[in-house]
Ligand binder design. Structure first.
Ligand code: ARG
Length: 475
């Protein structure tokens, strides 16, 4: 029977019961729901709204239910609409009247907002940890790459040589920013709606600060209407997930390219590759492709919630029940992607010789040849044109600019001296890029140290987060 039985003469139809239910999704929040109810009951007793005996019975009953769900021995009634009803109905079956007093001064509207915020905090924290693990793996991979140089590209065309470690560090910085976004999402969720009741507050003398503190919330939401209808915190979480997924997807795309025969820059370990059911020779980068593919889902989850919320009048509307599935999906999907990516970068083999070999005909030193002339007085635009002609001459002969004879350089400009060969050496080209953030080995080492400091600071910041109610695994 529905919890609003009094007002109704007929039960809800089977079709609408199933259509209206969110239990299959929100039972994942059972720990948050039970923690929320315990905090509420304790506060009600402290305020003299219910007796201490009733509060104690409620706490014990809820803990026993939690233990049963944790252990996987709780049988959910598919006729319950949501986790709030499941838990409360079972509590009342177990402890009788005291259970029926739990919902005093509370609505499922502030209850679900509370549970969802607690879940958002737990998910953001899990993702921050996974984000940090991936950054460790990328930093290790950057270290292991040593002096490997690959063709840096723009427009997917050879541009200038860069250290492979420099390339990997670019991703480390993206993930560093993603951590900050997750942290912002955590902070957005870190406010208690409990006590807002259905929409307007209640006439009971609730102590909202007390229940907020018991749940580990940093603050209380100041407006009851906002408290029950705001889902920005989930948008923040899903946005943080989406941007991180997009970063993972870009890296995945590079992995797919690098693992191809055409590039051959890396070899994925067997554990992170698949074969073909028909072509015996195949070794496919399936998991990089799958991360790229799952990114669509994560971004879709964000867009879904944006659209769900956009037309809603204040305060609670049932549409909001559609908020949790996407958020849980985005967080779980991303968490898997982070772990798989970590495994992939920790076990790949970097083919430094192959990277070097493909740079043979790319004229990657051309900019440095132009810089050579400019540093000897020629305006850079003019130097650019001179070197452009040298590249054209090399192209016509099917050689790299570095393979042209010195006389040809001399004929193009009198400023060329025999030391031009030094400017053509790719290691020298890399080493010359000494601006802060550049690819010169010393600069990359410095940058790697900075990224490590940022990682350590982020990891340390996790210990200062307000307490979270971890997601349960039993439902
Ligand atoms: N299952 C609902 C949800 O997830 C709980 C809140 C229901 N409130 C209501 N007034 N129907 O949003």
């Amino acid at each position: 029977m529905a919890l609003w039985g009094g007002r109704f003469e007929e039960g809800v139809g089977e079709l609408t019961q199933r259509f209206g239910a969110s239990l299959p999704v929100d039972k994942a929040l059972y720990k948050q729901d039970i923690a929320g109810s315990i905090a509420h009951a304790s506060m009600l007793a402290a305020q003299g709204v219910i007796s201490q005996e009733d509060a104690a019975a409620i706490r014990e009953g809820l803990k026993a239910i939690e233990a049963d769900i944790d252990a996987g021995r709780f049988v959910f009634d598919i006729n319950d609409e949501d986790i709030h009803m499941s838990v409360e109905a079972e509590l009342t079956r177990r402890i009788g009247e005291a259970g029926a007093r739990l919902h005093t001064g509370r609505s499922r509207n502030d209850q679900v907002a509370t549970d969802t915020r607690l879940a958002a905090k737990a998910l953001a924290k899990e993702l921050m940890q996974a984000n940090a693990s991936l950054r460790h793996a990328l930093l290790d991979a950057a270290e292991a790459a040593g002096g490997a140089v690959l063709p840096g590209m723009t427009h997917l065309q050879h541009a200038q040589p860069v250290l492979f470690s420099h390339h990997l560090l670019a991703y480390v910085w993206m993930f560093t920013r993603d951590f900050t976004r997750l942290r912002a999402a955590f902070d957005a969720a870190d406010a208690s709606p409990l006590g807002a009741a259905a929409l307007a507050g209640t006439s009971y003398p609730l102590d909202r600060k007390m229940s907020a503190e018991a749940l580990g919330f940093a603050r209380v939401i100041p407006n009851s209407l906002d408290a029950v209808s705001d889902r920005d915190f989930l948008l923040d979480l899903e946005y943080a997930c989406s941007v991180m997924a997009v970063h993972l997807s870009r890296l995945s795309e590079e992995i797919v390219l690098w693992a191809s025969q055409e590039f051959g820059f890396i070899t994925l370990s067997d554990a992170f590759s698949t074969g073909s059911s028909i072509m015996p020779q195949k070794k496919n980068p399936d998991f990089a492709e799958l991360i790229r593919g799952k990114t669509g889902r994560v971004v879709g989850d964000l867009v879904q919630l944006l659209v769900t919320v956009k037309g809603l009048p204040l305060a609670y509307n049932k549409d909001l029940q559609e908020d949790k599935e996407g958020a849980l999906d985005a967080a779980h999907t991303l968490s898997q992607c982070l772990e798989v990516m970590r495994g992939m970068v920790s076990t790949w083999t970097v083919n430094a010789d192959r990277m070097r070999a493909v740079m043979g005909k790319g004229h990657l030193a051309a900019t440095d040849v132009a810089d050579y002339l400019a540093k000897r007085g020629m305006p850079f635009r003019e130097a650019h044109a001179v070197v452009g002609h040298l590249v054209l001459a090399a192209e016509k002969r099917g050689v790299d600019i570095s393979e042209l004879p010195f006389e040809e350089f001399k004929a193009a400009s009198d400023l060329f001296e025999p030391d031009i060969t030094g400017a053509l050496d790719l290691d020298a080209v890399v080493a010359a890029r000494t601006t802060e953030g550049g690819t010169a080995p010393a600069r990359v080492a410095e940058q790697r140290a900075q990224a490590e400091v940022a990682l350590k600071a982020d990891e340390a910041s996790l210990t200062y987060l307000t307490p979270v109610v971890e997601m349960g695994q039993g439902a």
